[in-house]
Design a protein around this ligand. Structure first.
Ligand code: EPU
Length: 440
């Protein structure tokens, strides 16, 4: 297994390039299944989740060719004939559940494993299932699998209001509705940029969708869709992560340049919160320059749906708050228990406590390097950020969580002044696991 070893307190300087968006790439890949023929997707990040999902597509019968150096993926969906996604793959990555919409849209039926739990909570899929039923699918559960059938081979379409708004449900229902016989309306639909970019790809394939970027999507089903050439959006969460990194680990007065970015995709809440910390930044057309302040001001945040503060940036924000000159709070309203990083940060001498769905963070904290454990994607990047400002050496174990969603993070940070290296380690060696052994 790999770990990252970080020598703290070396300033971040120079340029950090942003890769293509993970959470947009996955629906784009699912969307390519809807058309017979070869689609080409560019700016696809080289990530573990992309590899996993390529495998899911192949099992359904698609041919997937990924040139990871050029970030170009070709998907030939002509041979899709096995409408199934197995437990083995769905349990590895919840987004495999997009196969439900993609396969029912393409084949009129799907057998997809239920995802089960997640590292930080239950993450139900009830809305996906109720939504499919509202569009006319017959849904049955069979030994941990959802079996969805479109009577007569095609869905009728229908109206569904999701409560709460859900990114995954919106995407799954779009996949199912664009080739339905009739029209559909999705209410309280997600407005996240990932959904908008995905909708644009479907439109380019010939789908009839109105209302992208609003909370009501009107979809008129079409008989067939065409393959597409499409350029994926930059990753907004990676951009936000880099902006936080620059604000807390950059040299005051010296800009850190973040390239290949789409600043509009972050949403106002994040931009406003970062400005209030005293961080200066310039939002360009495809870049952001960030200048760290002499002293960060403490700014409390509450996560929300777009354009609210992204839940995928709250763990990183918590680390920034440890460096601010006062106390502040982080409240997550999307996921009530997404705080697995807090006990690990406490091992680095952070003073942060979880109360319900809220974390209270003490500022002016001199973090200390330690051996810490990644538990999920955003938690693990928050530990890397903490290691960058901590005194001494930090070992972040189980980096495979990080590799799911950040392309070459260690390489990018090393090129921007951070002392970081990747090492293999033996998970079962006593010395490494010291401090992580707990009684059952
Ligand atoms: N929800 C339900 N029932 C459902 C579906 C969702 O109650 O059937 C609830 C969830 O429990 C949550 C809320 O709705 O409280 C919103 O969840 P959503 O469905 O929007 O999340 P998701 O689609 O499962 C995506 C991203 C997550 C990101 C969330 C929120 C992908 C592959 N995943 O998940 O990204 O946190 O939206 O923005 O796009 C990550 O990248 O680290 C990550 C976890």
């Amino acid at each position: 297994m790999d770990k990252l070893v970080i020598q703290g307190r070396h300033p971040l300087r120079g340029t950090l390039p942003v890769s293509g968006s993970k959470n947009t790439a996955l629906p784009l890949m699912a969307g390519a299944l809807l058309a017979e023929g070869k689609s080409t997707l560019d700016n696809i990040p080289n990530l573990r989740d992309v590899t996993t999902f390529s495998h899911v597509l192949r099992i359904a019968g698609a041919s997937v060719n990924f040139n990871s150096a050029e970030h170009r993926m070709e998907i030939d969906a002509s041979g899709v004939d096995y409408p199934e996604a197995s437990y083995d793959l769905v349990k590895k990555m919840r987004a495999s559940f997009y196969m439900l919409g993609a396969l029912i849209g393409r084949c009129g039926r799907a057998r997809v494993s239920l995802p089960g739990g997640c590292a930080w909570g239950p993450r139900p899929v009830d809305l996906h299932l109720k939504g499919m039923e509202a569009l006319g699918a017959k849904i049955e559960l069979d030994q941990g699998y959802v079996v969805a059938t479109a009577p007569g081979g095609r869905l009728d379409g229908g109206v569904f209001e999701m409560q709460p708004s859900s990114v995954g449900t919106t995407i799954n229902l779009m996949l199912a509705a664009v080739t339905a016989r009739g029209s559909s309306r999705l209410e309280n639909a997600a407005r996240e940029p990932d959904v908008v970019v995905f909708g644009r790809m479907l439109q380019q394939m010939g789908a009839r969708i109105e209302g992208l970027g609003s909370d009501t999507l009107e979809i008129e089903g079409v008989d067939t869709l065409n393959p597409v050439e499409f350029y994926n959006a930059p990753d907004r969460i990676e951009l936000g992560t880099f902006m936080i990194a620059a604000a807390m680990a950059g040299e005051p007065g010296e800009p850190v340049h973040i390239s290949n970015a789409d600043p509009d995709s972050l949403g106002d809440a994040f931009i406003d919160a970062l400005a209030k910390t005293g961080t200066q930044f310039t939002l360009g057309a495809d870049y952001v320059d960030v200048i760290a302040p002499e002293e960060l001001q403490p700014v409390s945040i509450v996560t929300g749906v777009y354009p609210g503060f992204p839940t995928d940036l709250q763990a990183q924000w918590t680390v920034l708050l440890t460096q601010a000159n006062g106390n502040a709070r982080v409240v997550d309203t999307i996921y009530y228990d997404r705080f697995k990083h807090i006990p690990e940060l406490r091992r680095m001498a952070a003073n942060a406590i979880v109360i319900g769905n809220e974390v209270v963070v003490e500022g002016q904290n001199r973090l200390q390097g330690a051996t810490v454990m990644s538990t999920d994607l955003r938690a693990s990047v928050s530990l890397v950020l903490a290691g960058m400002v901590a005194e001494g050496e930090t070992h972040v174990l189980r980096v495979y969580h990080l590799d799911r969603g950040y392309e070459n993070l260690d390489g990018k940070l090393a090129a921007a002044g951070i002392q970081i290296r990747r090492e293999e380690y033996d998970e079962f060696a006593d010395s490494v696991l010291e401090g992580h052994m707990t009684e059952a």
